[in-house]
Design a binder for this molecule. Sequence first.
Ligand code: MSP
Length: 635
Amino acid sequence: MQQKCKKVYITTPIYYVNDVPHIGHAYTTIIADTIARYSRLIGHQTLFLTGTDEHGQKIEEAAKKRNKNPKEYADEISSKFKSLWDDFEISYDKFIRTTDENHIKGVQKAFEVMMSNGDIYKDQYEGHYCVSCETFFTQTQLFDDECCPDCGKQTNLVKEESYFFKLSKYEDKLLKWYQDKDNCILPKAKKNEVINFVKQGLHDLSITRTSFDWGVKLPKDLNEPKHVIYVWLDALMNYITALGYGDNEKEMDFWPATVHLVGKDILRFHAIYWPAFLMSLNLELPKHIAAHGWWTRNGEKMSKSKGNVVNPKEIADAYGLENFRYFLLREVPFGQDGDFSQKALIDRVNSDLGNDLGNLLNRIIGMSGKYFDFKIDSSYVEKFHKNELESADKIIDSLQEYIFDMQLNRYLEQMWKILTIANQAIATHEPWVKMKEQKIDEAMALVALVANLLAKVTIVLSPVMPKTCEKISNSLGFKISHDNYRYFIENKKLLETFRIKKTPPLFPKIEEELIKTATPTVKQEQESIITIDKFFETKIKIGTIIEAEEVKKSDRLLKLQVDLGEENPRQIIAGIKEFYTPQELINTQVCVVANLKPAKIMGLLSQGMLLGAKDKQSFCLIRPESHKKSGTPIG
Ligand code: MSP
């Protein structure tokens, strides 16, 4: 990534206001915050943008469900995002809302420009729409004939008059951009996915809707009161309207964006639609679009209905905000999915932060106090420890590359090697032996070496853990600032003679999981309560398996013929091959959801679902305690 740019513009996605913030939102925002802090530290003029995405059918429906008008509802949730980022001391410079007047103006302006450039035309749209993803799909893209291929939810058939954007026109130009700009999409594996998608051919994009009205209206001159602008066109424009596009243009000199941080699920919108819109507007394309992976919990996707959503505030309150930040950035390579567990977080805090970082400071305080009345003097460091200093500086020189390539886990991993050099130097040179042998200069050189290595780490770690690093730097007698970045990191200078200040342990050992209640909150329970009538809508019956065989080319599936007391047995495709052989299933009884809509799984018809129970270790089918006639209802 380009390193010496003067103006750096970093963005997060703008978050939908249909739901309160969760760990996924916190993750993107914390990555962006870290890059922004780093960029400021090294002296770039930095603009960091975040905000909320407030229009569209999804928000309109969410508001309706709560008997609120959409704006009132958006105000409420948007302020929750803002106050969480304020609590988390996120260093955003701007918080944009798509209901802001100047944003709306900018979107309308963009629509006009795209239209005058011949990229918008009016036609009839017919296709499927997933409200949850706010995405259009063709019939062939659907999963199971009618479900969204991304989130699995039921799509709606939409048939309406619409304005279209000529996306197909930009296919070749997009492919050329991906080819010419090596790092335009990070990580590289994700870039290949985008290229393959575009190569399959792009359809023109429907960019207005008429079946609801919670959105930006079309420019007045068009006299189309029924149309509102498609929420993704509206939302993507935030990256330029925040700079004043279509209004005062005040900060357009921050354009093009240095990096748009996004989750992998919304990469397509950012890597295909957004550059095509920008080309149509004759604006430069962003330098980088970086897509991170998803956080799961115990291997499962998080969702409100499962009650397994990780609340970032709860974690930060229990374990410390900066420990949480460190964990999120260190635990998972950028671009890959990660599984959240308290245990993994505790291990990182106790081991990386407590043992490697915190103990090092304690040892420096201890040694300098015992031998030198807390004085640290770097005069002899170069004489006795040139090698260690050089190794550390080499590592530091490589760090910038990692951070601007979004490899934050490598950034931290490399930095930790400096702590290892410091801890090993103490073990190898044993200052207490040097003191016994009256080699005072050598002992001082060692203590000062270690203090200097810690000082360097503290500066480069500060974008990840600002407050913690401030405490360490206070103890080591310097301030974290751009000037000190230049002094210690660029110019490789050493600490001047000073007296170290004692500080309480920074990372007290965590002995057990601090959040005990894994049970759903009362609110979640209420949300998932159903009436008895609702329950009886599901018909569950006893079935007898009369035939079973493996599905070819599948590691998971078995094809079963199950007698439910009907004229013909039902064919059921079940993902239980890991746990049962076909032979052991024949003539056994199972519980079958009998009124499930038939589905095709690997091209095979499945006419029901078996009930089973799965924990971390294993899976078992739910069976009647004694033999029952096939087709006996359960309930
Ligand atoms: N409003 C759109 C973005 C428009 S940007 C012009 C949107 N909003 S969102 O609130 O649904 O999602 C915002 C971000 O959260 C996305 O980048 C998404 O990938 C991320 N995450 C949502 N759940 C996540 C996890 N479980 N883990 C990590 N990130 C996840 O999409």
